[in-house]
Design a protein around this ligand. Structure first.
Ligand code: SF4
Length: 358
């Protein structure tokens, strides 16, 4: 097979897509939202709802991390109409741990627009998709290509890496992104563009990997400029990132005498927006210890460490048992049997785990 593909070679855009599609037919990754190339050839069409849901979940997140969440979501909310009717708290709880919680809020907004304005049918053009909540240029292109087989150019980190190497482009990211997209567009075929988009991503994820490009078994090896130049391992280049700042804070775990917990729903805007969590202090360089109400607060000896996209966080965990929860519009007492640590975002769950292990 490899020899056969090598003979196809990569001399021009068409050759690239022919070689890559042939490779994809034999090597496509299996994913619960994906239609295999064989089924696609037999006329099976991808479900736009599943493609949209998977693409939103995959933003900033790996396939391995997404798969379980995806399966739980489609089993609980099998169509966009059902999801549109879901309770916000249930969706946020099911999303807990996946991170980037604005995605979950936009997911619901988008489901409600598709359900209301489009009668439950996703629009199929890039422009219309781009107008939906939470759908940016990448996701619109991915849905248009994968769900509707439109020849859109889909460029994620895997595709950028493959393009940088294929064309031996040494200018660093992120400034070189538009040039990489132009190269990717020059190779996008009119035939099977949906499969092609997935093929490039699969190649980047399984063959042209960050640390170990397997050029010897790559279907594009003969025409790859970086392979010829011996520069594959150095590409793509990146401007060095600034080190992340570190913030500190306090997190307050208050338990009622019957075993329930005091939680609060965070404001819709901001970090962990809309998620249920423990009351906390501000998070900054030198936060003040500001418990949400008076109690005999005990400090746990260890801290929670968590890294967000833009900063590292160290949280001091404080715990108290309350005989009475002070009346408040902000806090809710979750009964012991209703409390599920898995409904908490990861940083909040870490605080619970620390308390649980103490
Ligand atoms: Fe990547 Fe090597 Fe294939 Fe070039 S030949 S695309 S560097 S795996």
């Amino acid at each position: 097979m490899v020899k056969q593909l090598r003979e196809v070679g990569v001399k021009a855009g068409k050759d690239t897509s022919v070689a890559l599609l042939a490779w994809y037919d034999a090597n496509a990754r299996v994913m619960p939202w994906r239609v295999s190339p064989q089924d696609r050839a037999a006329g099976v069409r991808p479900d736009p709802y599943r493609i949209w849901l998977s693409e939103v979940m995959l933003q900033q997140t790996t396939v391995a991390a997404v798969t379980g969440y995806f399966q739980r979501f489609v089993s609980r909310w099998p169509t966009v109409m059902v999801l549109a009717d879901a309770d916000d708290g249930d969706v946020m709880g099911e999303w807990a741990g996946l991170g980037y919680y604005a995605r979950a809020r936009n997911l619901l907004k988008c489901a409600r627009v598709v359900s209301g304005a489009y009668d439950g049918q996703f629009p199929d053009t890039y422009g219309q998709l781009l107008g939906l909540p939470g759908i940016g240029p990448y996701t619109a292109a991915a849905i248009a290509a994968i769900a509707f087989d439109h020849p859109e150019t889909v460029v994620d980190g895997n595709v950028e890496r493959v393009m940088a190497r294929l064309f031996n482009i040494s200018e660093p990211l992120p400034a070189v992104k538009p040039a990489l997209k132009t190269k990717a567009a020059s190779l996008t075929p009119k035939t099977r563009p949906g499969d092609y988009a997935q093929a490039v991503m699969d190649l980047g994820a399984t063959v042209c990997t960050v640390h170990k490009p397997a050029c010897g078994r790559c279907p594009l090896g003969d025409g790859c400029a970086a392979r010829c130049a011996g520069t594959a391992m150095d590409l793509p280049r990146r401007v060095a990132k600034k080190p992340k700042p570190t913030r500190h804070g306090f997190v307050y775990l208050a338990q009622g005498t019957a075993g329930g917990w005091v939680l609060e729903r965070r404001p819709d805007k901001g970090l962990l927006g809309g998620m249920l969590g423990w009351p906390t202090s501000e998070w900054n360089e030198s936060p003040r210890d500001t418990p949400p109400f008076p109690a005999d607060w005990v400090t746990l000896p260890e801290q929670v460490r968590h890294t967000f996209t833009h900063f590292h966080l160290f949280l001091t965990v404080r715990f108290a048992v309350l005989s009475k929860i002070p009346p408040s519009a902000t806090f809710t007492l979750t009964r012991k049997h209703q409390f599920r640590p898995s409904d908490l975002p990861t940083v909040m769950r870490k605080a619970y785990d620390l308390w649980h292990a103490s």
